[in-house]
Write a protein that binds this ligand. Structure first.
Ligand SMILES: Nc1nc2c(c(=O)[nH]1)N[C@H]1C(S)=C(S)[C@@H](COP(=O)(O)OP(=O)(O)OC[C@H]3O[C@@H](n4cnc5c(=O)[nH]c(N)nc54)[C@H](O)[C@@H]3O)O[C@H]1N2
Ligand SMILES: Nc1nc2c(c(=O)[nH]1)N[C@H]1C(S)=C(S)[C@@H](COP(=O)(O)OP(=O)(O)OC[C@H]3O[C@@H](n4cnc5c(=O)[nH]c(N)nc54)[C@H](O)[C@@H]3O)O[C@H]1N2
Ligand code: SF4
Ligand SMILES: [Mo]
Length: 706
């Protein structure tokens, strides 16, 4: 018998946007310890309870190791069986080629999910397949998430990825709407160890003000928490702008030289007083006045909003107003305010600026953004006959059945396809419909450079993570699967395939050409990062405007016509203040969207898929704790266990997303034992931010019954 020696590996956790540095110890092919890397300049040793799941994901017996093929024995009756890679890739590539030849390229639909942004091979090599599939029917989790941020950044700063990052470590006043970083660990804001950073902020006399229909873990830490009626934040934000203009608190500072459109904004908000907003939001006018003054007079202030103000009916209007507040108080591009990063691999320089409404969906006529249609239209684009109807679906690292509005309709629509291919390690609610499932290597079996989230981090840093384990024989990385499919498809169609350059070479070239590359004192490369296994810190965010702006004239235009017009939609919205219950979401630090419920260590304990409701509402209905309550919307109904809680304001109910496991044909033993229900069975594909087409999964009007 040989005793395996213990090896120590540096790793970056890829599970959420915080990018925590880890030290992983292994013995042979076993993980024996995972803990925070104290030498990581960004995360400083912080980890959350999910870090250990890297081991659980790797060892999960339900994780697919070989491709699966679906065999139907009768309509609706099928099983998935293992096949060899060569056969699976041929079947998938031939189905793609057949569909393109028979129906045209738009008959291919594609949906990419959240983990693809955390896995650099998926980012670098999607093109190896999709360069030859330029379909209009592309979808992603972006349009159930951050689409309004991209749109506003493109309009105001000239590039969809040029997003200002809250400089929490140096701020004095932080106004946070619709975000719960204590559970999410931050989003469009890579901020590991956020609890400590918030505590430092209040300890140095600064203020955190949270606006949220639920008194969240983050709100508990805050200096102030204001309940807001779901979906009404736009009114609050517009009234804040109103007060800032009215009281002559506008102070552009250095931005004055290159900012336009102030008069148009001032005129647009002239009638939108705190009293008006108070009626809509439920926040007393005096509080609105005070928040405006505090924000405008803080030495350095931040206004930031995330999921709760993006995935709601006025997502784009909210994100625009947030940027306007930062600009007119002079807090954009200022230390302690919100600044642009200068990342080692700069996505702003390396990718498209974005485009809007160059075509529309066939269903609701919703605009494309960056050549993607809103995910809310997925089922309709599959089911509506005619030119451009989707016949074959490709999903990669996504679970739209649980994560997009009216998931039940998506579930049914996927079953109506001619063919479906999934690039995914799980046989889950979505991939169960796939004719071919192609499973990539586990995260610990490939290297990674986080080239998305360094672009959104509170410091400029870079870290490269080599693989912890060798790739098992006969397995393929995500990027290799794209390359294999792309080469086969190109051959069938008589087209040129993309060259196969491994992701680390793509990143190496970008690092060397980037701001810390061969022309700088850092001389950054993958080789250099290997010598710094805990990463390199290039320092705090620094002012960079107007040079950094990507607008043609290097100026910031505040008066976006589409957004100003959307104020009219808000003013004429008669449903915004209608009574009845509104559903909002909820994240827990032990969950990660729909895909990490199969790990005993994270899922154990009391069910988290319970319905929070204010005790006054519970009493009014004559209900009691533990009852089963049915939540009904235009599109469907689900039933969940009632938990009275003063955390939520009256009129609001809260249920997490990503549950609803246990469907026939899935292979997730643990998750299926903690199935819960999917709140996206009641979110409505027609309840949207009409301007952007982003899904409104928060503030959904619902009816309740016991
Ligand atoms: N009601 C409601 N709905 C929501 C939200 C909400 O707050 N409320 N949040 C929305 C948000 S912000 C998001 S981002 C979406 C997420 O929605 P999706 O991205 O559609 O779904 P996930 O649950 O993240 O599923 C990820 C899938 O990727 C697979 N996977 C994991 N790692 C890898 C990998 O390395 N390679 C490959 N090929 N596959 C991998 C998993 O097995 C799983 O099938 O949900 C959205 N939906
Ligand atoms: N543990 C864990 N971490 C995650 C994820 C996860 O699923 N679990 N998902 C990751 C992903 S994909 C993302 S995009 C990020 C999201 O990161 P965050 O946006 O920080 O996460 P949420 O917890 O969804 O926070 C949204 C907040 O908005 C509130 N809210 C709902 N409706 C409204 C409203 O109308 N107005 C206001 N003001 N607030 C409202 C909710 O109560 C909630 O507190 O988290 C990431 N990190
Ligand atoms: S906060 Fe948790 S899940 Fe996110 S990167 Fe850190 S350890 Fe991983
Ligand atoms: Mo997300």
């Amino acid at each position: 018998m040989t005793i395996a020696s213990t090896k120590t590996h540096h790793r970056v956790c890829h599970l959420c946007e915080a990018m925590c540095g880890l030290i992983i110890k292994t013995e042979g092919d076993k993980v024996v310890d995972i803990r925070g890397d104290k030498s990581d300049p960004l995360s400083r040793g912080h980890v959350c309870p999910k870090a250990v799941a890297l081991q659980d994901i790797h060892e999960d017996p339900d994780r697919l190791r070989k491709p699966l093929k679906r065999i139907r024995s009768a309509p609706g009756v099928y099983e998935h069986v293992e096949i060899e890679w060569g056969e699976a890739l041929d079947l998938a590539a031939n189905a793609l080629a057949d569909t393109i030849e028979k129906h045209g390229v738009n008959a291919i639909g594609a949906y990419f999910g959240n983990p693809s942004a955390h896995n650099y091979g998926m980012m670098t090599h999607q093109r190896n397949l999709f360069r030859n599939i330029r379909t209009r029917n592309r979808f992603s989790a972006t349009s159930v998430d951050q689409l309004p941020h991209h749109l506003v950044s493109m309009w105001m700063y000239g590039h969809m990825l040029l997003m200002p990052i809250p400089d929490i470590d140096r701020t004095d006043y932080f106004l946070m709407l619709g975000a719960n970083p204590l559970a999410s660990n931050g989003s469009i804001w890579t901020v590991p160890d956020v609890r400590k950073r918030i505590k430092d902020l209040t300890a140095r006399g600064g203020k955190l003000v949270v606006v949220d229909p639920r008194r969240t873990e983050t709100a508990e830490l805050a200096s102030e928490h204001h309940f807001v009626k779901p979906g009404t934040d736009a009114a609050l934000l517009l009234a804040l702008i109103h007060v800032i203009f009215r009281d002559d608190l506008v102070s552009l500072g250095a931005l004055a030289d290159f900012t336009d459109g102030l008069d148009d904004v001032r005129n647009a908000v002239l009638p939108l007083s705190p009293e008006w907003a108070s009626d809509i939001t439920g926040i007393p006018a005096a509080n609105i006045e005070r928040i405006a003054t505090d924000m405008a007079t803080a030495k350095a202030g931040i206004c930031y909003g995330r999921m709760g103000v993006s995935t709601q009916a006025y997502g784009t209007l909210c994100q625009w107003a947030i940027q306007v507040i930062n600009v007119i108080t002079g807090n954009l591009d200022k230390p302690g305010g919100s600044l642009f990063t200068k990342p080692a691999m700069d996505q702003v320089m390396n990718s498209s600026r974005g485009g809007f409404a160059r075509y529309t969906s066939r269903g609701q006529g919703l605009p494309e953004f960056n050549y993607e249609l809103p995910a809310a239209e997925l089922a309709t684009e599959i089911r509506t006959p005619g030119a451009d109807q989707i016949k074959l679906m490709f999903t990669g690292a996504g679970n739209p059945v649980l994560s997009t509005p009216n998931g039940r309709a998506v579930d049914e629509a996927l079953e109506e396809l001619d063919f479906m291919i999934s690039l995914d390690p799980a046989l889950n609610e979505t991939t169960r419909h796939a004719d071919i499932i192609l499973p990539p290597t586990s995260p610990l079996e490939h290297d990674n450079y986080d080239f998305v989230f360094h672009n959104m981090a509170i410091r400029n840093t870079a870290r490269y993570t080599p693989a912890v384990f060798d790739k098992p024989e006969g397995t393929l990385h995500d990027w290799e699967i794209f390359a294999e499919l792309g080469e086969r498809l190109a051959e069938r169609l008589g087209l040129e395939p993309m060259p196969r350059v491994p992701p680390h070479k793509v990143v190496d070239a970008a690092l060397q050409a980037g701001p810390y590359g061969r022309d700088s004192e850092w001389n950054l490369s993958i080789e250099k990062l290997k010598d710094h296994p805990s990463g390199i810190d290039f320092g705090p965010l620094e002012p960079s405007c107007p040079e950094r702006l990507q607008t043609a004239d290097k100026r910031i235009g505040l008066a976006i016509p589409e957004v100003l017009a959307d104020i009219t939609r808000l003013l004429s919205d008669v449903t915004i203040n209608k009574g009845g219950y509104r559903l909002i979401g909820r994240r827990n630090v032990r969950d990660n969207n729909s895909w990490m419920h199969n790990h005993q260590r994270l899922i154990k304990g009391k069910s988290r898929c319970n319905l929070l409701m204010h005790p006054d509402d519970v009493a009014k209905e004559g209900w009691s704790e533990g009852m089963q309550v049915t939540i009904k919307s235009r599109v469907g109904a689900i039933t969940a266990e009632l938990s009275p809680s003063t955390e939520v304001m009256p009129g609001v109910i809260s249920l997490p997303h990503g549950y609803g496991h246990g469907l026939q044909g899935t292979r997730s033993q643990v998750a299926n034992g903690h199935a819960g229900v999917s709140c996206n069975d009641v979110t409505d594909e027609q309840f949207l931010d009409q301007l952007s087409g982003n899904a409104a999964v928060n503030g959904v009007p619902v009816e309740l019954s016991a």
